[in-house]
Each structure stands twice: as structure tokens, then as C-alpha cells.
Design a protein around this ligand. Structure first.
Ligand SMILES: [Zn+2]
Length: 160
């Protein structure tokens, strides 16, 4: 899946309530997010409205209120969010980000064993290519490669 989700941090708070409950009314969502964030019913309704128009929440009329459900699956959505985050940084910097995440993540022994196994089975490559657009990356791989290839052309010229 290369498609990324378009869910703001505030909208993500609403999605988490719907994922946790399976289906929720705006009152139920407001009760949770008023406790966590102090948001009013109208703030929550605005967020629900945006998520509904984006097609991430579906409204079903029941008695006197709407019940909201989603077809998005939380783990799939998290993966898409992470893909979106990773697309913002150079591939060469991702291992540093992973080390940071591992350092700051509290984990039980079984979690650590799982990660150790992932690392044991991880194939190392000789070099990670920089996939950044030229001018948006500080690793200067494109610039350096261009300079090196220009230099080798110059050298060839003098040798001939
Ligand atoms: Zn790069």
C-alpha cells in the first residue's frame, strides 16, 4: 500500500475512540476526549464531520442519534502513518530513528527477545541508497556523486 492516510493529530484522537469501541455516538466520543483533551461536543462534532467527509467514518442513524463506525483497521492505519513519517526523512537516517525508538520504548523481556530475533534475521546491505529529492537532504549523496563523476570525467580528459 503506497496510499497514505490524511488524518490530523486531532482526528486521530477520534479514530482511536471508534477503534476501541467498534462503534460510538458523538456523545460517547466527546465523553472520552473531553476527559483527555477537554474538547467540547462541537469540537468533536467538527472532527467527526471531517472524518466522515474524508470517508474514514460512516454514520448510521439509530433512534435519535448517529452511530459512527469505520472500515479502517487500526494496525493498517498505523503502518500507513509510519510510511508517511518515513517518507519525510532520508532512508539513510531511518536506522538512527529506529535506535531512538528502541531506546525510549518501555518493553518487557518478551518484547526485547522479539526485537533481538528481528535483528538476528535482518540481512545487511552494502549501502543504503539515498532516495531523497536533490536539495532536500543533508547527506549530500547526490551532490557528492555528481562531483565525483564530474571529477572522473575531468581526470579522463587529462589522461587522454
Ligand atoms: Zn537522503
Amino acid at each position: 500500500m503506497s496510499e497514505t492516510l490524511n488524518i490530523s493529530d486531532a482526528e486521530w484522537e477520534v479514530m482511536r475512540v471508534v477503534w476501541a469501541s467498534g462503534e460510538s455516538t458523538s456523545q460517547e466520543i466527546t465523553r472520552v476526549l473531553n476527559g483527555k483533551r477537554g474538547w467540547s461536543q462541537s469540537t468533536v462534532k467538527t472532527l467527526i464531520g471531517r472524518l466522515t467527509s474524508k470517508g474514514y467514518l460512516h454514520a448510521r442513524k439509530e433512534a435519535r442519534h448517529f452511530v459512527y463506525t469505520t472500515h479502517l483497521v487500526e494496525p493498517d492505519s498505523l503502518k500507513l502513518e509510519v510510511e508517511g513519517l518515513l517518507s519525510r526523512i532520508c532512508s539513510r537516517k531511518v536506522p538512527n530513528l529506529l535506535a531512538y525508538l528502541i531506546e525510549k520504548t518501555p518493553m518487557i523481556a518478551a518484547d526485547r527477545a522479539m526485537l533481538e530475533e528481528v535483528l538476528q534475521n535482518k540481512q545487511a546491505v552494502a549501502q543504503v541508497p539515498c532516495d531523497c529529492y536533490p536539495g532536500q537532504c543533508t547527506c549530500h549523496l547526490h551532490a557528492r556523486d555528481t562531483i565525483l563523476s564530474n571529477l572522473s570525467h575531468e581526470e579522463n580528459k587529462y589522461e587522454n
